[in-house]
Design a protein around this ligand. Structure first.
Ligand SMILES: Cc1cc2nc3c(=O)[nH]c(=O)nc-3n(C[C@H](O)[C@H](O)[C@H](O)COP(=O)(O)O)c2cc1C
Length: 208
């Protein structure tokens, strides 16, 4: 039976979650605790028909740095002409100097099984798998910031996919979807004011 709880703690955590780019390599919780949070959310985030196609790879220390070396090497020639070499190195050094990265993947084999099992809605599965993956990303981002870390969410897929798969032994069926960078000492003074599209244009209430 569901217990009676208030949403307030969750709303407070939701309000506390922001995008932080300047992060230190030291975090206020242990690596084991990070892993525990990832595990708990993997177990409890919903997935379509309980298909559980989301995958996560947690990179600490040199493995984290290796990811950002790979991403820098691949993205520098693509991004430098657009945003300038200095901006590129500031951005990627920021990721590398953070503490860790959680890479998210969708297991396309698990999606295929669902498409075969539920052939009459085969076309729905890729979108649903992506939505479930996004729920996991959001939950982890929010949970880690509730523990005093700062995070930012990156998408250097698909450019980095092949090198990442080779460097970290990622199964061929796992498709990279996002990279959540995490680190310590998030500084609220770096946060830009957020513009807000009026709620009236985004939420409709009928029959109240
Ligand atoms: C689906 C999604 C994709 C995003 N992709 C990126 C990204 O590739 N790089 C980045 O720096 N931030 C990315 N962000 C972060 C957003 O820019 C950020 O959440 C938004 O500007 C609101 O700011 P806040 O996170 O501080 O609330 C992404 C956010 C979402 C939800």
């Amino acid at each position: 039976m569901a217990s009676k709880m208030s949403a307030q703690a969750f709303l407070d955590m939701a309000k506390n979650r922001r995008t932080y780019y300047k992060l230190s390599s030291e975090i206020p919780i242990s690596k084991e605790r990070v892993q525990e949070i990832v595990n708990e959310l993997m177990l409890h985030c919903p997935t379509p028909y309980n298909s559980q196609a989301t995958r996560a790879v947690i990179l600490f220390g040199d493995e984290h740095k290796k990811l950002w070396d790979i991403a820098t090497e691949i993205m520098e020639p693509i991004l430098a002409p657009k945003i300038g070499a200095e901006a590129v190195s500031a951005r990627f050094n920021g990721f590398r100097d953070s503490a860790a990265t959680v890479m998210f993947f969708i297991d396309t084999d698990a999606v295929k099984v669902m498409q075969e099992t539920f052939a009459f809605i085969a076309d729905k599965w890729p979108l649903w798998a992506s939505q479930a993956d996004g729920m996991m990303q959001y939950a982890l981002w929010t949970a880690l910031e509730a523990e005093g870390l700062g995070c930012n969410l990156q998408h250097y897929n698909p450019e980095v996919d092949d090198k990442v798969a080779a460097a970290f032994g990622i199964p061929a069926a796992w498709k990279l979807s996002a990279q959540l960078v995490l680190g310590g000492n998030p500084d609220p003074s770096e946060l830009p004011e957020k513009t807000v599209v009026p709620l009236e244009t985004r939420v409709k209430v009928l029959g109240a």
